[in-house]
Design a protein around this ligand. Sequence first.
Ligand SMILES: [Ca+2]
Ligand SMILES: [Ca+2]
Length: 120
Amino acid sequence: MDVSGDNVADLIYRSEVSGRLLLRKGIAASGGGVDLQSLASAANSADGADSVYGGSGWGRTGIPKLMGTPDADKDGIPDIWTVHSNGQVRFYAGSKTALSGSGTEIVTPKSYWQTRLAIG
Ligand SMILES: [Ca+2]
Ligand SMILES: [Ca+2]
């Protein structure tokens, strides 16, 4: 999904080591779409390095499930949904650079959400 707004797909991933979300910006392929090699490593990406997209608390222990989705709040930026370890579902409005805040609670903690295998 394109996070940066240049119509080229980017990659957001999380690091269990740092508990952070990281953003890797793609480079347009000559024939359209994204040059997949630009997403293969930070050095190959548009910025030559990954940037911090979510600062802390994104490890699997606290947030067992997360999913990037198309734009849900109509601001043109893809968004992120999470299921937390207590069964709470939160919505994080996407940003072109880095997330701010701690999202919005959509579902209060529910034990049955703890047993969901995937979201999306
Ligand atoms: Ca992009
Ligand atoms: Ca959005």
